[in-house]
Design a protein around this ligand. Sequence first.
Ligand SMILES: O=C(O)CCC(=O)C(=O)O
Length: 230
Amino acid sequence: MRDPRPTDQPPSEGLVTPPVTPPAAAPTGIDGFRLLPDHLDAAAQRAVLAAVESIVEAAPYDRFVMPGSGRSFSIDMTNAGALGWVADRSSYRYSPTHLRTGRPWPPIPPILLDLWRTLTGYPADPECCLVNLYRGTGAKLGLHRDEDEEVFDAPILNLSLGDTAVFRLGGRRRTDPTRGFLVKSGTAMVFGGESRVFYHGVDRIIPGSGTVVPGGGRINLTLRRVTKPA
Ligand SMILES: O=C(O)CCC(=O)C(=O)O
């Protein structure tokens, strides 16, 4: 499936920014969606952070630009895994190498593979662990859905460290109603079943609300299966 987004409208910025309603109760009853606050206790958060630091050492953060407009994202990104999600003036896509260093992405650390296996139950490992760093009041990720993958039967696993995010979850269509809710450090979210293709984004973070990330901010990990398992 190809990315149907207009080329000047990135997955993370400049898209429909719904009115910021007060964060509501966490959503329940959505097919395949699981919200697991406190899934990672303090020790597990520190261990995941160490894994992220090892990724960033091998594959430094980039500030991608959006196809078409060339506007910058407001968050930094890097990847682990055989395929990293990247964006530049030409497209959103998966790449086996870091756009700037040209090196392969580091492998997905074992602690993250364990979390994927336990929480998704999918019979193959993820190929991409996208690392997003949100820092400051302008950091956000516009409403989008993950659709650059070749397979959609694998859930997406989302892990949060650091500052609380005001997360936004919609439905299958961009125009479906959305709801905002808070996602704090240690939360795991699984987007399986129907929710795999639901629109979602991050309206903003609440700077200073978390203590886990050195220098402040929020780190989000998104683990995805990209290709059909052999
Ligand atoms: O930061 C988040 O929780 C959402 C990340 C996301 O939706 C993405 O990277 O596609």
